[in-house]
Design a protein around this ligand. Structure first.
Ligand code: C5P
Length: 234
């Protein structure tokens, strides 16, 4: 299982994104995440441009719709040659299986397909009083993870605090992608449940997603290298 630090490119424009990536020396090509903000602003061309620069890309669009619509949308995303895409596990197993079919290219290759379990911004109150789910958060996340694994998906997005449980209870090939990672003593921002890269590495997270601790750092390249060092336990 590959393990890596993924930088969330949460920038509003192509120019700001490329200015950020230009700070890295020629041979250094971090795995990056393109989310809704940048994708909706710049469209598929920004994905092609960053791919052409040699980066691996996690396209974080969190699809959630009827199975046929998601299948067709995934088939389009597959043509963008990204490395990882995602959807909401709440869409159910028929949607997840349809997504997998749509994503698989004629030669059998496909990007990794990851399911969002419960958003890390969803608290216990919302789960119980708005979503009407009485099961505790960790069990809910685990149940969504098991549905995703049974549907053939490659892993889940979850909080680093749930990663160990998912790793323990799902097959080894099933990976965890975890945002909410902060350097020791760093600003948590709006993330409520955070963990350091070092602890995330020890807790069984396969990929950690870090945005502001790297993108807003005085020296983003050094911040990225520090995250990689700490995550890998070097
Ligand atoms: O800046 P920060 O490190 O908090 O960025 C985390 C990234 O991970 C953001 O792009 C955010 O949208 C994403 N994310 C998250 N929580 C989730 C799913 C995605 O923070 N549950």
């Amino acid at each position: 299982m590959a393990r890596d630090v993924i930088i969330a490119l949460d920038f509003p424009t192509r120019v700001e994104t490329l200015t950020f990536l230009d700070r890295f020396p020629g041979g250094e090509k971090p795995f990056v995440k393109i989310g809704m903000e940048l994708y909706y602003a710049e469209g598929p061309s920004i994905v092609r441009e960053i791919k052409a620069r040699g980066h691996r890309i996690f396209l974080d669009l969190k699809l959630h719709d009827i199975p046929n619509t998601v299948k067709r949308a995934m088939s389009v995303l597959s043509g963008l040659d990204v490395d990882m895409v995602n959807l909401h596990a709440a869409g159910g197993s028929s949607m997840m299986k349809a997504a997998l079919e749509g994503l698989t290219r004629p030669d059998g290759s496909r990007p990794l397909l990851i399911a969002v379990t419960q958003l890390t911004s969803t608290g216990a109150d919302t789960l119980k009083n708005e979503l009407l789910i009485d099961t505790p958060m960790a069990e809910t996340v685990l149940s969504y993870a098991k549905n995703a694994a049974a549907s053939g998906l490659d892993g889940v997005v979850c909080s680093p605090l749930e990663a160990a449980l998912v790793k323990e209870r799902c097959e080894d090939r099933f990976c965890t992608v975890t945002p909410g990672v902060r350097f020791a003593g760093g600003d948590a921002g709006d993330q409520k449940r955070v963990m350091t890269p070092e602890k995330a590495g020890q807790s069984g997270c396969d990929y950690v997603v870090m945005g502001r601790p790297i993108t807003q750092a005085a020296d983003p390249v050094e911040a990225y290298r520090r995250a990689v060092r700490e995550f890998s336990g070097a």
